[in-house]
Design a binder for this molecule. Structure first.
Ligand code: ATR
Length: 280
C-alpha cells in the first residue's frame, strides 16, 4: 500500500504568482524527499481556520506570506528567538506536541547576500527602506554583522523610529524620514518597502549611494524591479533582486521540515530560466 506523501503548503493572498511550489518540488526531487507542496489562497481574517484545517488533515508544515505573517506569529505555540523578535512568522512546523513558528526571511537574505554574492557586511553603512513586515524580518541578522551603522528610513517616520527602538539593544540602529537623508551616503541600500508594487521608488537623494555601493531589492519580478533599475542608474556596483533570498528562505524552511539542506544554486538558476538574471 502506498502512503500519501507528506503535505506542505504556502498560504497567502494573493498567492497564484507564488514560486514556492516550484522551489520545493525542485528541492524534493534533488534530495529524494517524498512530499507534496501546494499554494493555498486564504481570505483575509481566515488564516487560523485555514492553518488548523490543514494541520488536522495531516499537514506537516506551512509557509506563510503576505498578509498573514503576523497571524502565523499568533498561531504558533512556540516561537524561535528570531521569529519572536521579528513579530512575524513565515514557517510553521506541525509537531505532535504543538506548532513551532520560525522566520527564515532574515537568514535567507543573509545567505543570498554573503554566500551567493560574496558581500561583506562588517563595517558597512546600511540603509533600510521601509519599516513594515519585510523590514522587521531582516533587522536582527543584519544587526549581528558589526555594521558601521544601520539607518531605517520610512515614509511614516514614527514607524522607523519605533522599529529602531525595538531593535536598539542589538546594535547601532536609528530611524528617520526621507528628507533627513540629504548629504548622507550608504554602502548598501536594501529596499523593504512595497513601493515597487506601485512601480515607484521611495524619494531617495541622487547621491545617497556611495561609490561602489550595492542595492538589494527584497522583491523580484520577471523584469528588473524599479528599485533594481534605480540602483543601476545610480552607479551601483551590484543591483540585485530578491529571487535568491526567496530560494534561500525556502531552503531554510525545507531544512526545518525535512532535516536536510537542499542545494540552492541550481534552483535559483532554474527559476531565472537560464536567461541573464533580473539582477545585474
Ligand atoms: P510588508 O509586509 O511588505 O513590509 P507593510 O507592512 O504594509 O508591508 O509595509 C510596507 C512598507 O512599504 C512600509 O514601510 C510603507 O511605508 P509606510 O509605513 O509609510 O506606509 C512602505 N511603502 C509603501 N508604499 C510606499 C511608497 N509609495 N513610498 C515609500 N514607502 C512606501
Amino acid at each position: 500500500m502506498t502512503t500519501r506523501p507528506d503535505q506542505y503548503a504556502v498560504m497567502g493572498n494573493p498567492i497564484a504568482h507564488s514560486k514556492s511550489p516550484r522551489i520545493h518540488a525542485l528541492f524534493a526531487a534533488q534530495t529524494g524527499q517524498r512530499l507534496e507542496y501546494r499554494a493555498i489562497l486564504v481570505e483575509p481574517g481566515g488564516f487560523a481556520v485555514a492553518a488548523r484545517a490543514f494541520r488536522d488533515a495531516g499537514g506537516k508544515g506551512l509557509n506563510v506570506t503576505v498578509p498573514f505573517k503576523q497571524d502565523a506569529w499568533v498561531f504558533a505555540d512556540l516561537l524561535s528567538v528570531r521569529a519572536e523578535r521579528a513579530g512575524a512568522v513565515n514557517t510553521l512546523i506541525f509537531e505532535p506536541g504543538g506548532v513551532r513558528g520560525d522566520n527564515t526571511d532574515g537568514p535567507g537574505l543573509m545567505r543570498d547576500l554573503t554566500v551567493n554574492h560574496g558581500y561583506r557586511l562588517a563595517g558597512q553603512r546600511v540603509l533600510l527602506l521601509g519599516a513594515g513586515g519585510a523590514a522587521r524580518g531582516i533587522l536582527q541578522p543584519l544587526l549581528m554583522e558589526r555594521l558601521a551603522q544601520l539607518v531605517i528610513v520610512n515614509r511614516t517616520v514614527s514607524k522607523a523610529l519605533e522599529l529602531a527602538l525595538r531593535f536598539s539593544d542589538l546594535g547601532r540602529v536609528s530611524g528617520c524620514g526621507f528628507p533627513e537623508l540629504a548629504g548622507r551616503q550608504f554602502d548598501l541600500i536594501i529596499n523593504a518597502t512595497s513601493a515597487g508594487l506601485e512601480n515607484v521608488v521611495p524619494p531617495l537623494p541622487d547621491d545617497v549611494l556611495a561609490a561602489d555601493g550595492w542595492c538589494y531589492d527584497l522583491t523580484y519580478g520577471s523584469e528588473p524591479t524599479v528599485f533594481v533599475r534605480w540602483g543601476r542608474e545610480h552607479g551601483a556596483a551590484r543591483s540585485l533582486d530578491g529571487l535568491g533570498m526567496l530560494v534561500e528562505q525556502a531552503a531554510e524552511a525545507f531544512q526545518l521540515w525535512r532535516g536536510i539542506w537542499p542545494e540552492t544554486g541550481p534552483v535559483i538558476a532554474a527559476l531565472r530560466g537560464g536567461q541573464s538574471s533580473a539582477a545585474s
